[in-house]
Design a protein around this ligand. Structure first.
Ligand code: 13P
Length: 229
């Protein structure tokens, strides 16, 4: 099966920078690519040839929820899926396992693909709680063929610290024993460490933050993934 490389742009790139990225981005056959721009850049991005996912979605169809976006609105725009449960949402915006479940279910019901993020904090890993945390976070996720899980150890996000390929492999094997799905690794993935990480048997792809912002480095990651598929 082809590896899946997803770029999460977080709060970077308005519509103008989004179009400039696509001018410089290319990916070969043999890799599945997804890009997750901020809401305001989704419309510019869906005109391009790659599947576009949002970074979050609300569970209601509509309503008095200031600042939120529904799955139906994303579908109307031509968006094909969404992230849910990113650790930055959990850490800064009060996201819980329960709201992650609600968001994932609403997105799937609307026909969107879902990349659901799980991962332990540094304190949880040091306390030996990684397995318990991942088990708890994965337990709430719906069983659905359009749902993919991203394992993103919180201590490896944007820090330059990467899980060793063995740590990633162990976590992915655990997640796959709990939920039959593709599992992506996320946390400081870049062209320099991608071969080792993506080469492990249960690492089905990557969710990439910083290195997805630059068209050349994201193209390079996609080429590496295609060569391993
Ligand atoms: P970095 O690749 O910048 O560490 O971000 C990872 C991430 O959070 C992707 O969702």
């Amino acid at each position: 099966m082809a590896k899946l490389i997803a770029g999460n742009w977080k709060m970077f790139k308005g519509p103008v920078e989004t179009l400039a990225f696509f001018d410089g981005f290319e990916a070969p056959d043999g890799v599945d690519v997804v890009l997750c721009p901020p809401y305001v850049s989704l419309e510019a991005a869906v005109g391009e040839e790659w599947p576009i996912y949002a970074q979050n979605v609300h569970w209601a169809d509509e309503g008095a929820f200031t600042g939120e976006i529904s799955a139906r609105m994303l579908v109307e725009l031509g968006v094909e899926g969404t992230l849910v449960g990113h650790s930055e949402r959990r850490l800064y915006f009060g996201e819980t396992d329960e709201t992650v479940r609600l968001r994932a279910e609403a997105a799937l019901a609307a026909g969107l693909g879902v990349i659901a993020c799980v991962g332990e904090t540094e304190a949880e890993r040091e306390a030996g709680e990684t397995e318990a945390v991942l088990t708890r976070q994965v337990a709430v996720l719906p069983r659905h063929e359009a749902l993919v899980i991203a394992y993103e150890p919180v201590w490896a996000i944007g820090t330059g610290k990467t899980a060793t390929p063995d740590m990633a492999q162990d976590a992915h094997a655990l997640i796959k024993s709990l939920h039959e799905t593709r599992v992506l690794y996320g946390g400081s993935v870049k062209p320099e460490n991608a071969i080792e990480l993506l080469g492990r048997p249960d690492v089905d792809g990557a969710l990439v933050g910083g290195a997805s912002l630059d068209a050349a480095s994201f193209s390079s990651l996609c080429r590496i993934a295609a060569s391993l598929s």
